[in-house]
Design a protein. Sequence first.
Length: 397
Amino acid sequence: MTERLYYRDSFMREFDARVVSCEQERERWKVVLDRTAFYPTSGGQPHDLGKLNGVPVIEVADAGENKVVHYTSAAIPMGAVHGEIDWPRRLDHMQQHTGQHLLSAAFIELFNLPTVSFHLGKEISTIDLQAPTVVARHLEEAERRVNEIIFEDRVVAVQFGTAEELEEAGIRKKVEREGVLRAIEVAGFDRQPCGGTHLERTGQAGLLLIRKLERRRDLWRVEFVCGYRALLAARGDFATLGQAASILSCGLPDVPAVLAKMIEEKRGLHSAAKRLEERLAEHEARALLGVGLAQNSAGERIVMRVLEEATPGYLGLIAEKVVSEAGIVALLASRTTGHVVFAQSKGFSNDMGALLRETLKEFGGKGGGAKDFAQGSIPDPAKVEELLARAAAFLKK
């Protein structure tokens, strides 16, 4: 049995204990103590890190039977041991976990939206809300309410009692467990059974920022940060916004408007470019059809051409316009990209998809398509002429 010191004092940074057992497991050791301040992974909160007699603790796990296992990088001798908690990591976890309690309580108080799960990650934390919908107003009001509680610097206290006793006292979420339970109470705001590490006052959370909302099946996932993470996130956002303002040569408040204008201008230019591309493809298709075309025994006129700088999209556009005329088979390629397009007018018995796949095999290419239109590419663009010649030879049989 391991006495869990963090249950009553989450701010304990160092402690003394005795080693109960130490067993090697592959390249690490499993160490059990008679008492510990190390928190094991549980309830959505990751484990603590730190040292035992100067030896790094790399993982802490709850092994059942009220036993906590410390995985270390070297053996720890039996007897007295001194433990040190990685304090920046512990404080960060406490800020996020207490912040989660406040956020979940705010969603209940304001909108009666229950939290069904919590995850404390390395950079961000999340809660999953059970709700038909969650909108921006919900996030803004919940965030404001949490920060009101943080700025009021309310006491965060630890309580113990049975599930029945805690329910009578008023808890946010009922639990089905026997024996004495531990609960975390935020004065006048929230009370919730929890075995994790928490702050002593809400003000120690500093600030809570909601960062993202996304739908996860029938749940809504809310991403948030607290404390130093919130400071880093805000500083990062400011730096990004400042860099954008510098690139756009405008003030910080003007960035959204300037970006919106640029995006609108880009859409206009894209539309104009597409219209010009259509006209150019029309012109180039007529030029291809205007030269003497080879004709096979089936009466099919074959347009075979390698274009120097055609993009895959433009190549396909030309092919569509060429085969819009009756009796045409188009074998086109781009010398720049190695892209190829095989197409034919309606009514022919050829299978362009099958022809392309068979031809590409010889050149290590990939692609496919339907009976009248197929496209693909080969890794060596210098061989596109040879590829088109192979395909044309097959059509002339």
